[in-house]
Design a protein around this ligand. Structure first.
Ligand SMILES: NC(=O)c1ccc[n+]([C@@H]2O[C@H](COP(=O)([O-])OP(=O)(O)OC[C@H]3O[C@@H](n4cnc5c(N)ncnc54)[C@H](OP(=O)(O)O)[C@@H]3O)[C@@H](O)[C@H]2O)c1
Length: 273
């Protein structure tokens, strides 16, 4: 991001709906060198507005003013977007050139383009670990965007985690897998922790073991480029403990259950559009 210290008439970054996800991004961008005076943001409640101004020193203003930004991030809940559409419908700013990045689930670029006909439209789908910079962010770029603009948006979203290029048509599947994924994983983590307690370990020790096992398994798969089945086979000795546990997982149909889980989330994402 540019790093000049003059007070700008048009902000580099505008955020409509500076809630949890946008704040995660804002706080990291400011640490990365973006200046508070380069950012204008909006929120609905006076308490939130005051908090943002006091915590980050950014200008908190109307959606119409925020929409003048070179890069406009749309981060309200999808249900709140209809109000923004009404508010910006006749605003000249909406017709300016620039870039719009929407992280709103289920709002297609076609609808965004009606409101911002002159701007490049990017859709991004972060997930909850983005709040600590460990997210996976699926990015569908505008087909008219050049390499420079794509790189600019990738580096903007990169503060939230790993940016992965997708097509807009893949967004519902992404929502089901990496968007909803943290909840599925959290449920499995919780169940494993309960299992540790059930076999006599303390809650805190169990938690340390489970978190470490999951993080370490993913790291091993990544660093050695292993297929999951190779790793599973490597720790499964004849008549051993692991195969005894795996038999239970297979009898319970865990693989099929996880596939059905993601398919159900995918169908729900499609129904919400
Ligand atoms: N959280 C996630 O893990 C996640 C993952 C993927 C995608 N997303 C997407 O990210 C977006 C934001 O999610 P979030 O979790 O950050 O939600 P959030 O914390 O509720 O943030 C939404 C923000 O929008 C503000 N707002 C509401 N109506 C407004 C209006 N008319 N004008 C200006 N600001 C308005 C709210 O202000 P107040 O605080 O004053 O009410 C709030 O600060 C959603 O569209 C969601 O689909 C989130």
């Amino acid at each position: 991001m540019p790093n000049n210290s003059v007070v700008l008439r048009v902000p580099v970054l505008g955020i409509i709906g500076c809630g949890r996800m946008a704040e995660a991004m804002l706080s990291r961008l400011l640490v990365d060198g973006l200046l508070p005076e380069q950012v204008w943001v909006s929120a609905r409640s006076p308490q939130r507005q005051q908090y943002l101004a006091e915590t980050y020193g950014v200008k908190v203003t109307t959606n119409q003013e925020v929409a003048t930004a070179e890069i406009l991030l749309l981060a309200v809940k999808p249900q709140a977007f209809a109000d923004i559409e009404v508010e910006l419908a006749d605003a000249e700013v909406a017709r300016r050139a620039g870039i719009v990045v929407s992280i709103m689930a289920g709002i297609y670029s076609g609808r965004l383009r009606q409101l911002f006909p002159q701007r490049l439209i990017f859709r991004a789908m972060p997930n909850t670990p983005a709040q600590v910079g460990a997210g996976v962010i699926a990015l569908a770029s505008d087909s008219a965007a050049g390499e420079l603009e794509i790189e600019k948006i990738k580096s903007l979203l990169g503060v939230l985690g790993r940016v992965v290029a997708v097509s807009e048509g893949q967004m519902d599947a992404v929502t089901a897998l990496s968007g909803s994924g943290p909840a599925f994983i959290a449920l499995i983590v919780e169940a494993l922790c309960d299992a540790g307690v059930a076999v006599g370990l303390s809650r805190s020790l169990t938690q340390e073991l489970v978190y470490g096992t999951i993080a370490g398994t993913v790291q091993l798969l990544n660093e050695r480029a292993l297929h999951p089945a190779q790793l599973k086979d490597a720790v499964t000795s004849p008549a051993g403990t692991t195969i005894a546990g795996l038999e239970v997982l297979e009898a319970a149909g865990v693989r099929g259950t996880l596939m059905q889980t993601v398919k159900a989330a995918y169908e729900r994402a499609q129904a919400l559009n």
